[in-house]
Design a protein around this ligand. Sequence first.
Ligand SMILES: Cc1cc2nc3c(=O)[nH]c(=O)nc-3n(C[C@H](O)[C@H](O)[C@H](O)COP(=O)(O)O)c2cc1C
Length: 213
Amino acid sequence: MTDTTSMKHQTPLTSGDFTAADEPFALFEAWLNEAIKSEPNDPNAMALATVDPEGLPDVRMVLMKGFDTGGFVFYSHIASQKGRELAANPKAALLFHWKSLRRQVRIRGNVTPVTDAEADAYFATRPKQAQIGAWASKQSEALESRFAFEQAIAKVAAKYIISEVPRPPGWSGWRITPVRIEFWHDRPFRLHDRIEFRRDAAGQKWSKTRMYP
Ligand SMILES: Cc1cc2nc3c(=O)[nH]c(=O)nc-3n(C[C@H](O)[C@H](O)[C@H](O)COP(=O)(O)O)c2cc1C
């Protein structure tokens, strides 16, 4: 799995005529690597869209913390709005928009929780302050004041002052396994290039369609 927490690096991959790609993951990796070099911050930031029980869409940014042919992974709180929406309807859409490159990637698919071992391993890589914050935040619940949050943080920090911070039980990750991935690249005069990869289910062969912009 590509670790997006330590992305600085990597061999320059030119995307060339990206519409010639015959599967989406290598192309995604090439575009992400270009974005890592060109974006001023958070090249792994993606919009995550879910729907609530009434079918009303919801969208927010999250950080992609890894991807491979199994899907795209992010982490959050299980009891958050997104966590509850995904528990009720485990389908989601993702959107990367790399402004410096004038590119977007749209992803739709099915969502599964990551394993406890995977979540533990990723949590262990987070800075201690962020680990403490994960315990102190009741994400998506009403917060009476900033001070209340700071008090909660201080309490957790005192508890784990000399020991490692374990992963909170309500904090974990999800994997979006794509059945659609669309690549869009800006071209002059709005004659943009778009290709969409589709498959009915994970493990099947992708079909590719070039689309009008
Ligand atoms: C660039 C960016 C990255 C973010 N990354 C995450 C993330 O990885 N996980 C997370 O829980 N929230 C992240 N957030 C905050 C979410 O957008 C959102 O405010 C929060 O998760 C609560 O969403 P919810 O109430 O829909 O569950 C990020 C926000 C921004 C602007």
